[in-house]
Design a protein. Structure first.
Length: 72
């Protein structure tokens, strides 16, 4: 099978699961650490909207980095 062959259905599902876990884990850790630092320094609650934006941003960066690494 050549290297440039499209992935099988099973490989695609496993890749989707792996990238989803990476997105959720990195996004959660990035937003959680940011919220923890903000609340400890400022003494005020971290907003849900800001948490969601940071979660999505960090998760997207981790997803794209992992996908780029896995495509090599």
């Amino acid at each position: 099978m050549p290297d440039d062959a499209p992935p099988t259905l099973g490989q695609s599902v496993l890749l989707w699961i792996l990238l989803s876990v990476i997105f959720v884990a990195a996004g959660g850790m990035g937003a959680g650490v940011t919220a923890l630092l903000y609340e400890s320094v400022m003494g005020d609650q971290f907003g849900n909207t800001l948490y969601a934006v940071i979660f999505g941003g960090v998760g997207l960066v981790a997803y794209r980095t992992a996908r780029s690494y896995l495509e090599r």
